[in-house]
Design a protein around this ligand. Structure first.
Ligand code: ZN
Ligand code: ZN
Ligand code: ZN
Length: 142
């Protein structure tokens, strides 16, 4: 069973629509990258002429709430990607600034920060690492 089938069966009782399936499939086909939400919107409107921006944005939000996709802001542009790790929904990323490839980081540094803030309640955090992936470094020196 692929993850999207499992999602529709068990979680959230979101109705399976052609549009929701197409959206997930699109994200799944490019799952190691973030995509500008505006480009996803464009793709969906090409596939489904007449589908409204509102519906597309709502579908993305529903998927995010269900943990199917991850979202991030790049300046004021929202970006979205397929969930990289259903077993560890909480994780961080290394993002290659050249090719955009996203690599999952398994360790969360929160414990280190908590040690430095004795008595504080930490309610959230964002950690993202940027740089060049090995392939892009090779290409740069070739
Ligand atoms: Zn991820
Ligand atoms: Zn790269
Ligand atoms: Zn963390």
């Amino acid at each position: 069973m692929n993850p999207s089938t499992r999602f529709f069966k068990k979680k959230n009782h979101l109705k399976v629509t052609k549009q929701r399936k197409a959206l997930l499939t699109y994200l799944l086909d490019h799952q190691d990258q973030y995509h500008d939400v505006t480009l996803v919107d464009e793709y969906m409107r090409q596939e489904f002429p007449g589908m409204s921006h509102n519906t597309i944005y709502r579908n993305i939000r529903e998927f995010e709430e269900a943990g199917m996709v991850e979202q991030q802001m790049n300046g004021d542009q929202a970006r979205v990607k397929y969930q990289c790790d259903f077993a560890h929904m909480h994780h961080h990323h290394f993002i290659c600034q050249n090719c955009g490839r996203v690599t999952e980081l398994e360790e969360c540094p929160l414990d280190v920060f908590q040690e430095q803030l004795p008595g504080y309640q930490i309610d959230g955090h964002r950690v993202e690492l940027y740089g060049l992936c090995p392939d892009c470094q090779k290409a740069a020196t070739a």
